[in-house]
Design a protein around this ligand. Structure first.
Ligand code: CMC
Length: 379
């Protein structure tokens, strides 16, 4: 490859060597540390997957229990962080609140040597423990309520749902939510992970690493798409309006949210699992009115764009699951962040072992030797 060749979006350019996760976009395969996502979704839990991703091994029973109980212990956030969050405008987006709060953690936990395994472990535990608490706290406070304190008897995902609603979720809701977190925990070199790694490569603190990744995830081409999907289903409103809606969007050169992927050229395996989870919830609590619209939308998009390799991605069905769980639309992307913290931390830890600062180049297309024009002569 020509050293100066510019590839928009760095398509197909490796940015790291990694053993954390693997995607085969032609066959629709996703693995965490070599284990298929289907197997993990069926048999594992989010925190076990987080451990697997970060420490490159499935934990023993006692390792898992110690990890879970340490995270449980660190779930609360300092009152000063809660006070800071109380000053956030209630109309602000929860992703902005999360990015700010994640960065604020760095004010409270002193930076230590990045080759200290104990510091790495503490940062991992604190971030996994506190990010859900901060998302739920902002949600409560923007409605004028005090944050709901974490529930010591509830598991990771169930506790988050509890902090959002002050009600314990039933077993199916807790299980489905935990699987959603597992599915979103990691996904190779996506934009937010790359952003985390660029930030990490300067050897800054882990809270800054996560804050920059949260900011990147928020965009509608990345994690923000799950929220946009629900907005789109709402806008369409009925099954008959799907085809004209797609035609209009295509005519306006607008993307269909929740479809397409840089790597997958078939249906994202996570979308298939999420669709199954949505159906499990519908069996218990009735079908969602938007599900028929979603099915028709998927059919029409596949018919129109399937030959271009554009199929449903992870963001297409996740919103329907969250909606059925009673979660407000603007918390969908923060939930993606809660899960992806595991992957970001795994890449942070992997990179520290071989770090070199990211410093790519550019192809300069500007002028040279331009005169400096005094201000009074400028037009
Ligand atoms: N709807 C309609 N056309 C599409 C779509 C879509 N959702 N996605 C890609 N295309 C077309 C695009 O118009 C282009 O066509 P042409 O070659 O004729 O100009 C071609 O497919 C390639 O698209 P691209 O935008 O160059 O592809 P990319 O690899 O740069 O972008 C993507 C990937 C995910 C940003 C894009 O598919 C997209 O914007 N999708 C909608 C937003 C979305 O659902 N994002 C979530 C992604 S998955 C989870 C995550 O990463 O967070």
């Amino acid at each position: 490859m020509n050293a100066c060749e510019y590839i928009p979006g760095l398509e197909n350019i490796p940015a790291a060597k990694s053993s954390i996760s693997f995607v085969d976009g032609q066959d629709g395969i996703l693995e965490y540390r070599g284990i298929s996502i289907q197997e993990l979704a069926n048999k594992s839990s989010f925190l076990e997957c987080a451990y697997l991703l970060i420490w490159d091994q499935l934990p023993t029973q006692s390792q898992l229990e110690a990890f879970e109980s340490e995270i449980r212990y660190h779930r609360r956030v300092k009152y000063r962080i809660r006070d800071m969050m109380k000053c956030f405008p209630e109309t602000g987006h929860p992703m902005d609140a999360l990015q700010t709060s994640a960065a604020a953690l760095g004010l409270f936990y002193a930076r230590r040597a990045l080759d200290d395994p104990e510091y790495i472990r503490q940062a991992v535990v604190r971030l996994l423990a506190k990010i859900p608490t901060m998302v739920a706290a902002f949600h409560q406070m923007r409605r004028g309520n005090d944050p709901v304190q974490p529930h010591d008897k509830l598991d990771y995902g169930a506790n988050f749902l509890y902090m959002l609603t002050e009600r314990k979720p039933n077993a199916l809701a807790a299980k489905v939510f935990d699987v959603c977190l597992t599915l979103h925990a990691e996904h190779t070199m996506n934009a937010s992970t790359f952003s985390a790694m660029v930030t990490a490569s300067t050897l800054t603190d882990p809270y800054a690493v996560i804050a920059s990744a949260v900011g990147t995830l928020a965009g509608p081409l990345h994690g923000g798409a799950n929220e946009e999907v629900l907005v789109m289903l709402e806008e369409i409103g009925s099954v008959e309006k799907v085809s004209p809606y797609i035609e209009k969007r295509v005519a306006n050169k607008e993307k269909i949210m929740g479809f397409g992927h840089r790597v997958y050229k078939v249906k994202d395996p996570r979308a298939t699992i999420l669709q199954g989870l949505a159906e499990q919830l519908f069996e218990e609590t009735g079908r969602d009115e938007y599900y028929e619209i979603a099915l028709e939308l998927e059919r029409v998009v596949e018919e129109k764009f399937g030959q271009k390799g554009i199929y449903a991605n992870v963001d297409f069905y996740s919103g329907l699951v969250y909606r059925k769980l009673g979660i407000p639309t603007d918390l969908f992307t923060p939930i993606f962040a809660i899960a992806r913290v595991a992957g970001w931390l795994a890449h942070w830890k992997e990179q520290l072992a071989v770090n070199r600062i990211f410093r790519p180049t550019q192809v300069y297309v500007g002028s040279h030797n331009m005169p400096y024009i005094p201000i009074e002569k400028r037009v």
